[in-house]
Design a protein around this ligand. Structure first.
Ligand code: SF4
Ligand code: SF4
Length: 83
């Protein structure tokens, strides 16, 4: 059986939880529903946006662009995928 290597690109989204004011704009605009409102409170005493466990991010950048307080960073990286 042959193993074929394939390159894929994945995106890591980081929300600065203590800067977040919980407005939920990023959650509303994420086309794949990858961002959710946490049940925990941040230092401001509000529920903050966080990412789900399974990474479904497609790297569209909507959350980054829509956040009024610039709380979101998106990093992309190439990785090997065995098929
Ligand atoms: S980059 Fe796009 S798909 Fe990824 S979390 Fe932000 S809005 Fe969702
Ligand atoms: S748009 Fe920004 S401030 Fe609003 S919930 Fe998302 S990360 Fe927090």
């Amino acid at each position: 059986m042959s193993v074929k290597e394939q390159k894929t690109f994945c995106f890591q989204v980081k929300v600065n939880r203590d800067k977040c004011k919980g407005c939920q704009l990023c959650i509303f605009y994420c086309p794949v529903g990858y961002l959710v409102l946490s049940s925990r409170l941040n230092k401001k005493g509000v529920k903050f946006a966080e990412t789900k466990k399974d990474n479904e991010c497609i790297g569209c950048g909507f959350c980054y662009l829509i956040c009024p307080d610039a709380c979101i960073e998106i990093h992309g990286k190439e990785q090997d995928k065995e098929k």
